[in-house]
Every structure is written in C-alpha cells, then in structure tokens.
Design a protein around this ligand. Sequence first.
Ligand SMILES: [Zn+2]
Length: 369
Amino acid sequence: MQKEYEFDEAFRRDGGRAKSEIDLFTDIRRRFSAVNTFLKHSYPNLPEIHLDFIENDSLNAAATKYKGNYFIGINLGSYFLIYDMFMKMLASKSVWPKIGNNQLETDHKKILKAYINIYDKITFRFDNQDIAIPQDKLRLEFAILCTNHAFDFLIYHEIAHILRGHVGYLASLIENNFYWREFDNLSQRSKLPSDVSQTLEMDADSFATNRSLNIIASNLKDTKQVNEIFRFAFKDWSTILPIWVFSIYSLFRLFGYRQYAVEDAKKLSHPPSSIRMALIAGNIVTLFELKYGKELIPSVVKDIIESTKAAEDAFSEITFQEANWDIYRNSYTKESTDYIFSITDNWNKVRPVLEEYALGNLPPLKIIK
Ligand SMILES: [Zn+2]
C-alpha cells in the first residue's frame, strides 16, 4: 500500500490516485507488469516503476520521480477516451469496412464522448451515456486490439522518459515535486528549452516504436504468444502494421491536430502530433531497412499512407471535425523535413547530458551527413 499512498501524494495536484477500481485497470496493470518483466532482460538496471491511474477526466499521462521512486500516472480520462474512440470507430460502418460484418453496425453517427476546449485540451464526458460497442464480434475485438496498441505505445513512451534518464535529468533541475506531463497544451516546459524537450519526446516515441515493433515481430514468429482472439491480425507484417499505424495515428489525432508554422512549432514542449507521426513513420522505415526486411519497404510506405488516411477519416466519422490529412502530408514539405532533421540532429547535443541519468544504454550519437 505504501506505493499506492506515494502515488496518490505524487499526483495529488492532478487529482491523486483514482478512487474507483474497474476490471480494465487490472488488465492494464497486468500488461504493464508483463512489459516491465520483458524490458528487464534488455535493461537490467530498469528500476521498479509503479503505474496507476489518476482521478482526472482529461487526456494526460505523466512520469515522475517522487521520494526516490518512479511513477507513471495515467489520467482516467485518457483510458476512457482511447477506449471510446476505437469502440465508436469500429461501431461505424465506414471504418475498416472489410473487417468482420460491418452491416451489423447501426447507421447513426457515434460521437466521441469528449469536450475539446479552445486550447485543444480534451476531456472525457462521464455524463454522456452514449456508449457504442461494435455489434460484430470481430470488429469488437479489432477495437480492443487498437486500444491495446495505443495504450502500450503510451506506456512505453512514459517508460522511456524514465529509462532514458529524461525524468532523472529534470529531477536534477527542479527541486520540488514535478511531473513529466504529456499534454499541457504543448506550452513550453519550465527549465527545459523547447529544442531539448522536443528531442526527448522524439526519443521516447522512438523507444515506444522500437519496442512495439519488436513485440509484433516476436508475435509474428510465434503466434501462440498472441491472445487467440487477436490472432487473425498477426498473419504477416501486411496485416498487422496497418492496424498498428492506424492505432498510433488515432492516438496522436486525439492529442489534437493543428497546422503550425514551423517557427511556432519549434516553441512547443512536444513537436506537433503530425510531425511526431512523420518521425515515427521514418523510424518504421528504418527498422525495416535494418531488421525486418528491406524488400518490404515499398509496401510498408503504402501501408503507412493508407492507414494514416483511414485513421483521419475514422476520426472525422466520430467527431464533428472534418478529415484533414493534409496536416500530416505537410510534415513532408522541405521546411518541415528540415525541422524534423533539426529535432533528430539535436540528439548529439542532448545525449551527453542524459548519460549521467540514463538507466540503460542510450542510442549512439547520430552521424550527420
Ligand atoms: Zn512524452
């Protein structure tokens, strides 16, 4: 109980430890502990991390070091928003029409239970009773698979902030209790210049992408490791990668998509979602080049384009926002790609600072051509 108490104290400002306990949390805690055990093989110095839920309806997650211990806090609202998003998407006929029998889904438009304020802060509406669950069994399982992908990504991202020394570094700069928060309207972080902060976010996304694809590769080799209900998705890379990309793009879409001028984007704590997604796409291609098969790259690129478009359409299906895939496409203009390179090149400046705080090996310095 000591950890629960400390967790509550550490995240008191945001609402403290969630008071209710539901089955879904047990499932997430179990998956988190599996992830942790798995990571211990590669990172023997990984400290014990306590993950729990924060009594807060808005979309956020945070990592912190409190009284010498590491904590990851997930806002209740994050879980419900992600879950509600994929359930409603798959309960809509036009989303993934070839999965299961989409004709079983009802015709009315299912809207995400959320408030979005002018600062893009998104909050789950517990008062809204409009629950939609896909009628087709396979579509329901598909929605759960997407939720798991998105959630695991978020958890890996938070673990990376601890493992790679980001949290330890920030703890050395700030004496008071602090959080490494994800979605504070992307405003600048105190004590961390934006260029450093953005490179650390890129590092956490890159870690989450590497680990996620690593697990997929292992599951593809031995599908018996996969829960039976999800095995249909693990035939080969061309069945699972589009689902993974769809899930992660949707997660970022939930964080808010806005077209920023590059000069404004550089001032934020995190790169804008569309830029992060482009960084992740680049990362996926590199992983295929190095590990999963160069020959697959043309179809991987095609899958990324099609799945991000499909996710954009699916998001507009469950909100009143118009689909605008151009925001993502604009991440590939000359100006944006220069910006992307500035984030990755900055690793060479950031890495030496992190070395003292990292709890596992850091990626090598980048060779700049
Ligand atoms: Zn982060």
